[in-house]
Design a protein around this ligand. Structure first.
Ligand code: PBG
Length: 308
């Protein structure tokens, strides 16, 4: 009589890649999550593949010295992400690699686009840079690109850039309904991407809005998105539900760093049952209508699912 299922096939596992060799940096606010150098990432993905997880979502964490106002390291074909993609595809050709596309990890000001002299994020000026990043990742072998910057028009710009260069078959997983959320805090520790000034409310969504999510989704669909993402997941189950009803495209939901950190802190204190609460959190996201769930718990959950 069970109405909803959760299988390993539904999971996408986020990974963070840093410069260096033999680097495995723990992240204080996300116990169990590590920044990995390319060599160790290539070992990690063997395990991810053995667990049957179909896809990873890759984030690059460049050295501070490589950051600049335009986020050039984000669209350098020898940058950290293209190198990581090449080595993952060599180690595990069948594991799908989704490359996150955003500038915040690469800009010295930490915003997701370029900033004008007046200190405003300039969405239109950011589009060619985001499109270049997507193209560079596709050239490196990414199976999908996932723009998380939330600049208006970026799906269309990326689609055109990919199509013009022979990558018409690389899909766009669009973070369409991405909220300006306090739950991204731990991610910004891992990705070293907190904005140096201001916040992201000019381009990410107001947590009070749900109808706007449908508008964002329909704009992205018109521009050529192949999959729609809602993020965060747990605090926005109503949004997942409504987006699911409004589109026939696949819907993904991202259980973000703060959701992981909250649960993990409770587990470490013995306040919540780890397996029970983790599985319940993921079932809720699936029940709301997400086809896929991006989660830092993916590897652990895959092990539990295999245990039965
Ligand atoms: C980059 C990006 C963020 C996340 C994914 N891509 C952070 C942000 O927008 O500040 C958050 C993921 C998480 O919290 O797990 N723009």
């Amino acid at each position: 009589m069970r109405e909803t299922s959760l299988s390993v096939d539904d999971l996408v596992y986020p990974l963070f890649v840093v410069e260096g060799e033999g680097v495995r940096n723990p992240v204080a606010s996300m116990p169990g999550v590590f920044q990995l150098s390319v060599d160790l990432l290539a070992e990690e993905v063997l395990e991810v593949q053995a667990l049957g997880i179909p896809a990873v979502l890759l984030f690059g964490v460049p050295d501070d010295k490589d950051k600049d106002a335009e986020g050039r390291a984000g669209y350098d074909s020898d940058g950290i992400v293209p190198r990581a993609i090449r080595s993952i595809k060599e180690a595990t050709p069948d594991l799908l690699v989704w490359a996150d596309v955003c500038l915040c990890e690469y800009t010295d000001h930490g915003h997701c686009g370029v900033v004008t002299e007046a200190g405003e994020v300039d969405g239109d000026a950011s589009l060619p840079l985001l499109a270049r990043a997507a193209l560079v990742y596709a050239e490196a072998g990414a199976d999908a690109v996932a723009p998380s910057d939330m600049m208006d028009g970026r799906v269309g710009a990326i689609r055109a850039a990919l199509d013009d260069s022979g990558f018409g078959d690389v899909p766009i997983v669009s973070y369409a309904a991405k909220y300006a959320s306090a739950f991204y805090g731990p991610f910004r520790d891992v990705a070293n991407s907190a904005p140096a000034f201001g916040d992201r409310r000019g381009y990410q969504m107001d947590p009070a809005n749900a109808r706007e999510a449908l508008r964002e989704a329909s704009l992205d669909i018109d521009e050529g998105a192949d999959m729609i993402m809602v993020k965060p997941a747990g605090p926005y189950l109503d949004v997942i539900y409504q987006v699911r009803a409004a589109t026939t495209l696949p819907v993904a939901a991202y259980q973000v760093s703060g959701e992981y950190a909250m649960l993990t802190a409770a587990f470490q204190n013995g306040w919540l049952d780890e397996r029970g609460a983790t599985m319940e959190s993921l079932f809720a996201i699936r029940r709301a209508g997400a086809d896929l769930v991006l989660s830092y718990f993916a590897a652990k959950v895959a092990r539990w699912l295999h245990e039965g």
